[in-house]
Design a protein around this ligand. Structure first.
Ligand code: SAH
Length: 210
């Protein structure tokens, strides 16, 4: 269930779904996903579904993780990436080998702790963690050339827009509980460009810390 073969099948499915970036496919193919979910759900860990990780949150479906990573990398090599919504850390694990440094923010303390342990077990060291409301971004480390948001606000937070580097890209789901669109926001010399990508389903972006 948790073997290389199951992961190879997941990668084949990702290719059929339109993921083409070889680097992304390679990392997805060798990163264990079952360690991020509860033992009872391990047998489903490579299915293309979001699964519960406790605290009313979910691990994102593999296709969405691959898609967001692929788009983020289209703009070239990334030295500083801000991730909002660490959850159990799966998206972080996929991004970490592909960028220089990740700053990841999670508002639920026990989830952040779990993510830290998982990512430590995978020997991923280029990650800084913060228990905070991601609506504040991470001002001390801004600007970022990539921002990836795993929870959906009703509108893009201004704070995150301000923390983008010129030429930087942000991937963010925007909308209400049942109707969200994934946006790619690019910061240019003159302002921001918005590209609407596809319909998605993320947990809501909540304020404050738990
Ligand atoms: N990246 C995860 C997905 C986690 S689900 C993965 O790879 O599977 C989204 C996460 O966003 C949840 O853990 C939730 O607690 C967190 N979240 C929601 N609003 C947030 C906010 N304002 N700041 C930080 N984290 C937030």
């Amino acid at each position: 269930m948790t073997s290389d073969r199951t992961r190879t099948r997941m990668v084949e499915r990702l290719k059929k779904q339109g993921i083409t970036d070889e680097k992304v496919l390679e990392v997805m193919g060798h990163t264990a996903r079952h360690i991020f979910v509860d033992e009872a759900l391990e047998s489903r860990s490579y299915d293309d579904v979001a699964l519960p990780i406790g605290h009313n949150q979910t691990i994102s479906q593999p296709y969405i993780v691959a898609k967001m990573t692929e788009i983020l990398l289209e703009s070239g090599s990334l030295s500083k990436v801000l991730e909002i919504g660490t959850g159990c850390g799966y998206q972080t694990a996929i991004l970490a080998p592909l960028v220089d440094k990740i700053y990841t923010v999670e508002r639920i303390a026990p989830l952040l702790k779990k993510a830290k342990n998982n990512l430590w077990d995978l020997k991923l060291k280029n990650i800084s963690y913060q228990h905070s409301d991601g609506g504040w971004g991470w001002p001390e480390q801004a600007p970022f050339d990539g921002i990836i948001v795993a929870a959906a606000p009703e509108k893009v937070p201004d704070t995150l827009l301000e923390q983008m580097a010129i030429g930087g890209v942000m991937l963010i789901p925007v909308g209400s509980k049942n109707k969200q669109q994934l946006f790619k926001v690019t910061r240019t010399e003159d302002g921001y460009e918005y590209e609407e990508l596809e319909a998605v389903s993320f947990v809501p972006f909540l304020s404050g810390r738990d």
